[in-house]
Design a protein around this ligand. Structure first.
Ligand SMILES: [Zn+2]
Ligand SMILES: [Zn+2]
Length: 201
């Protein structure tokens, strides 16, 4: 596999190059190496991800685990942790991003915090974007051990994605997959039409 090409594909999919994307790229590449696997055309690999951020886009491109195929599982723990498993060999590797204090420039981290929390000036924001390319490169050049805590783990592999039949919501008339439908007054309804759906903010 051509590494430069993989990175270019990840950037094209994500829309920009950034530190988070580089972390996902490195994690994806590491997982494929550890599992001795190539990108998953179907559901050969699965990924359990503990946050949703820029890293996921690269991870999806690299591993072929995607939301659309149903072989990526999102657990909203707010942790930069990715567990990738291979169904046929039952191997799995858990990759946790370490603190990047020794990788990234301290000034960049402060700047990032200010810009991301909306406290930065226009100048801060400009400087942040100027520094991003270099900081991204630092992540791409770091060793696996500098970036990640890496463990082989036992994994309960989730069942493969299943196809469900659809039924028609009795309120809006749209199709909804059967396990997601609710019953109201004896009639099937979709979640947005059911009372349990919170009103939009
Ligand atoms: Zn990004
Ligand atoms: Zn409905």
């Amino acid at each position: 596999m051509n590494q430069d090409n993989d990175w270019a594909q990840a950037v094209a999919f994500h829309g920009h190059a950034c530190v988070g994307l580089a972390l996902g790229y490195r994690a994806g590449r590491l997982a494929l190496t550890r599992l001795n696997s190539s990108r998953s055309p179907d559901e050969e690999l699965i990924a359990i991800v503990e946050t949703d951020n820029c890293a996921l886009d690269a991870l999806q491109v690299l591993t072929g685990c995607s939301m659309g195929k149903g072989n990526i599982f999102f657990r909203d723990y707010g942790k930069n942790v990715f567990t990738i498993g291979r169904r046929d060999t039952r191997q799995a590797v858990r990759i946790a991003v370490k603190t990047l204090d020794r990788i990234l420039d301290a000034g960049f981290q402060d700047l990032r915090t200010r810009v991301m929390t909306g406290q930065g000036t226009e100048q801060d924001s400009q400087r942040f974007h100027e520094l991003m390319a270099g900081e991204t490169q630092r992540v791409l050049n770091a060793s696996d051990e500098e970036l990640f805590k890496i463990e082989e783990v036992e994994l309960d592999f989730p069942v493969k994605a299943r196809l469900f039949s659809s039924i028609t919501c009795s309120v809006c008339g749209e199709q909804v997959m059967e396990p997601r439908a609710r019953v109201r007054g004896g009639n099937p309804v979709c979640i947005p039409c059911s009372d349990e759906y919170p009103s939009r903010i």
